[in-house]
Design a binder for this molecule. Sequence first.
Ligand SMILES: [Zn+2]
Length: 245
Amino acid sequence: MFKNSRITGLVIASIDKGEADRFLTVYSREFGKIRIIAKSVRKITSKLYGGTGLFNFMEIEFVEGKVFRTMTDYRKLKGLDHIKSNPAKMKIGYDICEIIDLSIEKEQKDSRIWLLIKQSFQLLDETKADNNTWLICYQYFFWNLVSLLGYRPDTGHCYLCKKKLTPEDMAFNPVNGGVKCFMCLNQGYFEHEIKVSTSAVKILRLIIKGRRDTLQKIKPIMGAEKELNGLLNSFLKYHFSVSIK
Ligand SMILES: [Zn+2]
């Protein structure tokens, strides 16, 4: 007998297969990241039709086969409609999904990551779409994810001399996720290190604290977004060998 399972999750990627099937990657509360095949799902007569889209929190039922898990039913729990109706938010949503797909190991249940994914998508859905959306949603997700994966950047102290950081030019080191102080920077930049401003470090500090009311107060600071994006990309490239366009 094949085992039936029911999970709560979010589809983060899908690839069409053959005439009408689709391979889904789902981040679930119960199993972490898993792959499920949805057979004949692209046929309009299928009872699964419409159940494999991105940006929906869903309950998914499947049977555990020898090779694949096969989807048998679904129920939409919450559609993230403000994301689906806004191209800028959708782009952020796709990028977050891609990071989940590329950086998290399969089949490792982690309730903290599940909670972060839920919070990040809810935040993206509910936040007013302006220039700040990217900053507070995407960066919030990313730096808190890497913190959970064990690379939490220390934004308070220099990673080298351990002294408290002062508001002067600093450097970010993607290798250890640390910030180097102005004094240590006198010795020059180490390999992979990037210059980082006080404003960018301040924003990073607030983002990692991650309190909802603090996040809403973050104001875009000229140049800081670009800098944070640079830090994020260097981190992704170094630790996960991937780059996001
Ligand atoms: Zn130092």
